[in-house]
Design a binder for this molecule. Structure first.
Ligand SMILES: NC(=O)c1ccc[n+]([C@@H]2O[C@H](COP(=O)([O-])OP(=O)(O)OC[C@H]3O[C@@H](n4cnc5c(N)ncnc54)[C@H](OP(=O)(O)O)[C@@H]3O)[C@@H](O)[C@H]2O)c1
Length: 288
C-alpha cells in the first residue's frame, strides 16, 4: 500500500518547521498549510515559503492536510494532538528525538498513521535553511507505508535515514545531546578557563573556535582514537598532572576535566600498561 499525500501541513511554525517545510518544498513535496500558536508565526512562515502556502488554525491544518507535522516543543505534542480532528488514512508526524510514538496515541486511536522523523541536526533559526538537511541523518519510526514515505522524503531533502524502532529514545537523544549541546558546554568551560588564565574571556570563542572545528573535522574523518591529539593521546602524564594541579581552584572544572579525559582512556590509545595505569590513577578511571 502506498500513502497518498497531496497536502502537507505544519502545526508549529518555529525553528525546525521553517527549515523542514522549505526543504520538503524545495524537493517538490506539496507543503500547503501552516498553523502556530501565534498567528503571526504562521503568517511569517507561510509567506517565507510562498507558492500559495496558506496559514490557518491548527484544526484547519489537521482537518485538511493528508500529512501533518506537529513541530511544537516536545512537551506540547501530546496535548496538542489530543485536541485535533484526526481521521483514518491521515498521517501525523512528530519530530522529537526523545519521544516515541505513544505521544500520538490519540491520533492513532482515531485511525491516523503516527510517525516520527527526527533530524540529527541543529536548527537555531526561524529563517528557512533547507540546506541544513544535506548530508545529515534522520531517525524514522513509523508503520509502513508511512515509513517508506518518510524515508523517500528525507532522501529528497539530501538526508540519509535510519530506523528508530526498538531504540531507547532517551538514551538515543542523550547521545545526540552529547554530540551537539554539550559541545556548547565544553566551549563555556574552555572560556571560563581562558579567563582564569588571564586572557580576555570575550576573545575565547573566536580564538578557540578554529580548534573546535578542526577537532570536529578530525572526528568526522577517522576513528576516534586516531582523531585524538593532545596529552592523553600522547601519554603525557606530566602535562595531565600539571593541568589537574592548576585546576585545584576550579573544582567543578577539575571534575569535568577528569570525567572527559577518563572517557578518552576508553579509546584504544595504545599506551603501555604503565602509562595507562598512571593516567587512570590521575583521572580516577579504570586502566585501559
Ligand atoms: N530546533 C532544532 O534544532 C530541532 C532539531 C531536531 C528536532 N527538533 C524537534 O522539533 C520540534 C520543534 O522544535 P523547535 O526547536 O522547532 O521549537 P520552536 O522553535 O520553539 O518552535 C515551536 C513552535 O511551535 C509553536 N507552538 C507551541 N505550542 C503550540 C501549540 N500548542 N499549538 C500550535 N503551535 C504551538 C510555537 O509557538 P509560536 O506560534 O508562539 O511561535 C513555535 O512556533 C521539537 O519536537 C524538537 O524536539 C528540533
Amino acid at each position: 500500500m502506498t500513502l497518498r499525500v497531496q497536502s502537507i501541513g505544519f502545526i508549529g511554525a518555529g525553528r525546525l518547521a521553517a527549515s523542514l517545510s522549505a526543504a520538503l518544498q524545495e524537493a517538490g513535496y506539496p507543503v500547503t498549510a501552516v498553523a502556530s500558536r501565534n498567528t503571526q508565526s504562521a503568517a511569517t512562515l507561510s509567506s517565507a515559503l510562498g507558492g500559495g502556502v496558506k496559514d490557518g488554525t491548527a484544526a484547519s491544518v489537521a482537518g485538511t492536510c493528508d500529512l501533518v507535522f506537529l513541530t511544537v516543543a516536545d512537551a506540547e505534542i501530546s496535548a496538542l494532538s489530543a485536541g485535533l480532528p484526526w481521521r483514518a488514512e491521515q498521517a501525523v508526524i512528530h519530530c522529537s528525538g526523545a519521544l516515541d510514538l505513544a505521544v500520538l496515541d490519540t491520533a492513532s486511536n482515531r485511525g491516523a498513521l503516527a510517525g516520527c522523523l527526527h533530524p540529527l541536526q541543529s536548527f537555531p533559526s526561524r529563517s528557512p535553511e533547507p540546506a541544513r538537511f544535506k548530508g545529515i541523518f534522520c531517525g524514522i519510526e513509523a508503520p509502513a507505508p508511512l515509513a517508506a514515505y518518510l524515508e523517500d522524503a528525507a532522501r529528497a531533502t539530501g538526508a540519509r535515514s535510519f530506523r528508530l524502532e526498538g531504540v531507547d529514545r532517551s538514551l538515543y537523544h542523550a547521545a545526540a545531546v552529547f554530540a551537539s549541546n554539550e559541545v556548547v558546554a565544553l566551549m563555556a568551560a574552555a572560556s571560563r578557563l581562558w579567563g582564569a588564565a588571564g586572557l580576555p574571556e570575550t576573545t575565547a570563542r573566536e580564538a578557540l573556535s578554529p580548534l573546535l572545528l578542526a577537532s570536529a573535522a578530525n572526528v568526522a574523518r577517522q576513528p576516534l582514537a586516531r582523531a585524538l591529539t593532545g596529552p592523553v593521546a600522547r601519554g603525557d602524564v606530566a602535562t595531565v598532572r600539571r593541568h589537574l594541579a592548576a585546576l585545584e581552584d576550579e573544582p567543578e572544572l577539575a571534575r569535568l576535566y577528569r570525567a572527559l579525559s577518563a572517557e578518552l582512556l576508553r579509546l584504544e590509545l595504545g599506551h603501555s600498561p604503565e602509562i595507562a595505569r598512571q593516567l587512570a590513577a590521575l583521572l580516577h578511571a579504570e586502566p585501559e
